[in-house]
Design a protein around this ligand. Structure first.
Ligand code: ADP
Length: 538
């Protein structure tokens, strides 16, 4: 348990380090290219070093092999000549001669890389006379049975590559050369000379190490050099990317400073042109939008005076309608309702232009939402009664406070309720109120024509009307809900709509309970599959 706790932190640090490297590789093109180039160069250098070493090794070993074979051939001739010219006539004399020859070879030949010389009895030797074999106990096992077989089968020189254990027990390369010599009386014996290639191996090792140690700094400097060059080369890309992000955040004045005439400079120049044209177009749209808003505001204001005159005249006519003929009275009623509508439309347009010019003021205080809902319901009761719509208020608590501008909220709730009554098709409309410690929601649900998802996404757009041909009691302008949305935004509240065709619609407004609070979530769920209250009860 303790061990795990002790060993975990370094692993974590390792993991973090690794993920840092991965992030660096992912995020920086310069680092990626530099690492790629350094890896390529290192691979090429390693291949080169391996190739050169292999070639040099082959040629060094080949040269040494030739030398060894020539040296061995001279030795064999010397030994054979000595035995041939000998006058030894007893086994002891032959033994002495052999001892002398092998000892002197062992003593004199060490300089030419000879490790030892051995004399072994050939299987082809006659059985009548024999002398003692002269072997080196430590090295006799390097003479392989194959070499001995070859020697017994034919005349001449045979050799084999071998591994020789040095004083430290480490295996070093070597060559053993054998040839048959004929001894007086004793007949055929095998003469073996063991040569070491340790010096050659050391030379090759030294050369490989020098090449490798030379290659590593070259690769490192190359990697750092490439990184430096690329980092500087890609600076304009980084600068332009940062500028693009600033532009996206809304700073239209951001520009980059292109240096030179190359592709990178072109990138900077193109970015500047793009930013310039974007800023110009946005300024133009801004100007146009302001012009439009001013136009709407001016026209609405200008229309107010003639409309007031029309209203006065129309009211006189309307009051006299009973004295008129039936068609004239009908016209007077029509005129009256249309002037009503005109007035409402003008009031809406003026309200919208106040929002657009940011002159709309919030006159808010903490007050009771339930009381406001009751007031709106009472005001719209005549319309509901006329259309046979029952209004149900579902608010068990006595008070539901919210921080609100009562005039604006009354308008929002009236809009919800009138729309609901008009679209309810005679079915009940349920108004639910709920609060938590942060917000208060009012939800108006009808069970009438309903609306599609597409419609509910657009109901707060200006002049949007899902079915303009629909006969409406009061005749809407398509501005009511967009004004409601602006009013709710002033409160830093939330306004939502949902519906299903033929199942009804729901509109909900959520306001903060106190000043300086932003509504994050509604208190009630927006859409629920539910039955109209009359049907569940009955
Ligand atoms: P209008 O003056 O036309 O009522 P609104 O902005 O109040 O303008 O409403 C926009 C449109 O949203 C309406 O024309 C209608 O198509 C749709 N709408 C609003 N309330 C409902 C509702 N309760 N059920 C179905 N559609 C609705």
């Amino acid at each position: 348990m303790k061990n795990t706790a002790e060993t975990e932190p370094p692993q974590d640090a390792k993991g973090k380090g690794f993920s840092k490297v991965v992030t660096l590789l992912k995020e920086s093109l310069s680092v990626r290219i530099s690492v790629g180039m350094a890896v390529t160069v290192i691979s090429v250098l390693v291949l080169l070093v391996v190739g050169v070493t292999w070639q040099v090794q082959n040629s060094i070993f080949e040269q040494r092999r030739q030398q060894i074979l020539e040296d061995a051939s001279v030795t064999i001739n010397q030994v054979q000549t000595a035995f041939s010219q000998s006058t030894a006539s007893t086994t002891d004399q032959v033994q002495n001669l052999a001892n002398q020859l092998i000892s002197s070879l062992r003593a004199t030949k060490t300089g030419s890389g000879v490790v030892t010389t051995m004399l072994l009895r050939s299987p082809n030797a006659p059985t009548t006379f024999a002398i003692n074999e002269l072997i080196d106990r430590d090295l006799v096992e390097v003479i392989s049975p194959e070499l001995r077989e070859n020697m017994a089968r034919g005349n001449g020189q045979f050799y084999q590559s071998i591994a020789i254990k040095d004083a430290k027990g480490k295996e070093r390369p070597g060559i053993i050369v054998g040839a048959t010599v004929v001894l007086p009386l004793a007949g055929q014996y095998e003469l073996y000379t063991v040569y070491s290639l340790a010096d050659e191996q050391d030379t090759i090792l030294l050369m490989t190490q020098s090449l490798l140690f030379g290659a590593i700094p070259v690769a490192a400097f190359l990697g750092i050099g490439i990184l430096w060059v690329l980092y500087n080369m890609l600076r304009p890309v980084r600068v332009t990317a940062e500028a693009a992000q600033q532009l996206a955040r809304g700073d239209l004045s951001v520009r980059v400073e292109p240096h030179g005439e190359d592709e990178m400079a072109q990138l900077g120049k193109s970015f500047n042109i793009m930013a310039e044209s974007l800023a110009k177009q946005i300024a133009e749209y801004d100007e146009l939008a302001k012009l439009q808003q001013r136009f709407v505001s001016d026209v609405s204001h200008e229309l107010r005076t003639p409309l007031t005159t029309i209203r006065i005249a129309e009211e006189i006519i309307y009051d006299e309608r009973e004295a008129m003929s039936a068609p004239a009275a009908r016209s007077a009623e029509l005129l009256h309702s249309q002037v009503d509508r005109f007035e409402k439309m003008l009031a809406d347009l003026l309200e919208i232009s106040r929002h657009d010019s940011h002159t709309a003021q919030l006159d808010a205080e903490v007050s009771d939402m339930k009381e406001l809902v009751r007031k709106v319901v009472e005001a719209d009761r005549p319309l509901a009664t006329r259309l046979g719509v029952e209004i149900v208020i579902d608010a068990p608590q006595s008070r539901y406070t919210a921080y609100m501008d009562r005039r604006r909220m009354e308008r929002v709730l009236r809009n919800f309720l009138v729309n609901a009554i008009e679209h309810a098709e005679g079915k009940p409309v349920v108004i639910q109120i709920a609060s938590n410690d942060k917000a208060t929601s009012v939800r108006v649900r009808d069970f009438g024509v309903g609306m599609s998802a597409d419609t509910s996404a657009r109901v707060f757009d200006r002049f949007f009307r899902a079915d303009p041909a629909r006969t409406r009691t009061t005749g809407g302008t398509g501005l009511g809900l967009s004004i409601a949305a602006e009013d709710v935004a002033l409160h830093r509240g939330k306004i939502e709509a949902a519906g299903k065709l033929a199942e009804g619609s729901v509109f909900m407004v959520t306001l903060p309970r106190t000043a300086n609070m932003q509504v994050e979530a509604a208190v009630l769920p927006l859409w629920k599959d539910e039955e109209p209250p009359g049907e569940t009860n009955g």
